[in-house]
Design a protein. Sequence first.
Length: 137
Amino acid sequence: MKRGRPIKGFTLLESLVAMVILALAAGGILLPFTAAAQAQKEASGQILAAKLGSDLMEQIQNTDFAAVVGTWDGYSEPAGQVRNATGSLFADPVYKRFGRSVRCQTAAASGMDMIWATVTVTCDGRQMLKLYSLIGP
């Protein structure tokens, strides 16, 4: 039996196995990055919802007490129609996913008339934030 020179290099099967192992390793490495990107997107949405909610609550609190319920109860801004304090629509496209609504109820506390204001912020139809405030004269 004649021996030839040794074959150098990889066979097709060895190359295929190496590629599969590399793909699995790359998938394992990239998975945390995709999860982190999703978590960052959710956190950004929460931050923006908090800003929109607190801005609207500040406008409500700066309204004359006698006019709060008449002005704000039932107020609603559907997604894409969110306005800033001057009444202009937000120009940045990120705000197009958000909507806000307000509910005001009168309440009596310690013999004083108060108003219980609730601001709800939604993103893509999902409630992101509910903010409450008790407003007095």
